[in-house]
Write a protein that binds this ligand. Structure first.
Ligand code: FAD
Ligand code: SF4
Length: 491
């Protein structure tokens, strides 16, 4: 039982951040956070709604301070506090500078910092490969294991999990919450602060679409496991214009707010497999995302340290064009990109492949400044937090770390998007064309990207073939010239 008073940050809202049923709690809503960045309106709403719902649930157990800044709030809360390791480098530095606040180890992930540190120095480890980390986690956590062997005899079902999309997945609409009076109050406050308080938001307002309480998060998890987990695997990498969610869980906002313990999600998925309600390839694909990718990204954020966010190995310095920064989907003719921007504008959410292979791919091809892009993703996505954005954008998506996180840049031309989506049929561009009026901007952008980074990509065995292909293009000069002329015009 914890007698200490536990300060919970707004992304630490679950019971797993507390020690016991009657531990006193301090919650802070600091308006300065919303003033510092132009967040998506739906993100600001979700975070405030979740925090206020938690304060209401805890009742007299919690002191809930609504103030201008964290410092003002903490001045009002006299006496010592404990807090679980915050999720951003800036917040850790802030907490370390506060007298009377003791920092506990991090929670809300499936591995500890000590376990990760021990893994990095494991036998003969030369590279920090996600796959090795993931297998280690499967054994350590005893997830999808039959004794010492992986369930089904294989660790990895990626080969089965890369199917192009069928016409329609035929799945029911994902779980959605009902708004309540707390949401009404949040909406009124945000309207007022925007009108009178100088706050600015990105994107459009809409009814809340993600869980704000632990009960809602549990309902969303049940809904996912029952209806969409069985189809999660095969279509993980696919995109359909009429089905923005496909079989994805949409649980990252709830997990990142701390409303769901990721191990709860993992166990629920494994139970579905053991009960014969979901195939192994789908369950393995989902579990890999959580105990593999999510924890790997979390630990690399700390392992690479504060300078990592400034990495720019490809010398990408293009400022984000206004239409991209402002989510002006209507200014864009390229159907996949216009659709992806509209998803962000209208929902503050898009699934992984949209983030990586449409938005990130376009930015990578045009050399958008990685730090500015990371800031954009952080502000505009409802599940965006510093720890998860920096490695995903700087490392995975923009290759700005020179390959410390991913062995090759995720750049691709229109052929990939055409194979994995139904966007190209209705687009004014043709995915196979790299010159001419109907040249696909992803295809011409891809070759211009390879040409611009020729030396570096030729030295990487995973991209050397693309460089070879680029050198054989008869019209490369024309492709690069058109790309240069496009400048920051929307495609
Ligand atoms: P699902 O497809 O259902 O996946 C299951 C879970 O796995 C997710 O809920 C998430 O918790 C976890 N996960 C999978 N991949 C990753 C990853 N690479 N990093 C961290 N967790 C992962 N994820 C965020 O949580 N917040 C972000 O701000 C974020 N920004 C991203 C930006 C870019 C450019 C890229 C390429 C990826 C980003 N991701 C981010 C990772 C991933 O895209 C999202 O976690 C996922 O799309 C969330 O939707 P979902 O819950 O339906 O995921
Ligand atoms: Fe996107 Fe090119 Fe396909 Fe159009 S043709 S949808 S721009 S990949």
């Amino acid at each position: 039982m914890g007698d200490d008073r536990r300060w919970l940050f707004a992304d630490q809202l679950g019971d797993h951040f507390l020690d016991g049923d009657d531990q006193p709690v301090v919650l802070v809503e600091a308006r300065s956070v919303l003033r510092r960045r132009r967040f998506h309106r739906q993100k600001a709403h979700l975070v405030l709604s979740a925090l206020r719902h938690r304060a209401a649930e805890l009742g007299d157990r919690a002191v809930f301070v609504q103030s201008g800044t964290y410092r003002e709030a903490l001045d009002r809360v006299a006496g010592p506090l404990t807090v679980c390791h915050p999720t951003s480098q800036a917040a850790v530095a802030f907490v370390q500078g506060l007298p009377g606040v003791a920092m506990l180890p991090a929670r809300g992930f499936t591995s500890t910092q000590e376990e990760f540190a021990a893994w990095t120095v494991g036998r003969g480890r030369r590279r920090l490969l996600m796959e090795d980390f993931y297998r280690d986690a499967r054994r350590r956590l005893d997830v999808l294991m039959d004794g010492d062997e992986p369930a089904g005899g294989r660790w990895n079902y990626d080969q089965e999990n890369r199917e192009p999309p069928p016409g329609d997945l035929g799945l029911p609409r994902p779980w959605r919450p009902e708004e309540d009076e707390i949401d009404e109050e949040v909406r009124r406050d945000l309207d007022r602060w925007e009108r009178d308080g100088g706050m600015r938001f990105a994107g459009r307002d809409a009814p809340r679409a993600h869980p704000a309480t632990r009960a809602e998060a549990a309902a969303a998890l049940r809904d996912f496991v029952r209806h969409r987990l069985p189809s999660f695997g095969p279509y993980q990498d696919a995109m359909l214009a009429a089905d923005p969610d496909m079989a994805h869980s949409r649980l990252s906002p709830a997990i990142n707010l701390g409303l769901l313990d990721p191990m709860m999600c993992v166990r629920a998925a494994e139970d579905a497999y053991r009960a014969g309600r979901a195939p192994l390839a789908s369950v393995e694909g989902y579990v890999r995302q959580l105990i593999g990718w999510r924890d790997y990204i979390w630990h690399l954020y700390w392992h690479f340290g504060p300078d990592y966010r400034h990495s720019n190995a490809l010398g990408a310095r293009t400022p984000l064009p206004r239409w991209f920064a402002d989510l002006d989907a209507d200014a864009v003719e390229a159907r996949c990109l216009s659709w992806a921007l509209a998803q962000v504008r209208d929902h503050g959410y898009a699934h992984h492949i949209v983030r990586l292979m449409v938005l990130g791919n376009y930015a990578l091809q045009r050399g958008f400044d990685p730090a500015e892009l990371a800031e954009w993703f952080h502000r505009c996505f409802v599940d965006g937090y510093d720890w998860v954005m920096i490695p995903n954008v700087v490392g995975m998506s923009q290759h700005a770390d020179g390959g410390r996180l991913a062995t090759k840049p995720y750049a691709s031309g229109g052929a990939y998007i055409n194979r994995m989506s139904d966007f190209c049929g209705g687009c004014r561009y043709r995915p196979a064309r790299r010159t001419g009026d109907d040249a696909c901007p992803f295809t011409s952008g891809y070759w211009a990207f390879i040409a611009r980074n020729e030396e570096l990509l030729a030295a990487n065995p995973r991209t050397a073939r693309s460089v070879y292909g680029m050198r054989r293009l008869p019209d490369l000069g024309e492709v690069c010239e058109r790309e240069a002329l496009r400048g920051d015009e929307p495609p």
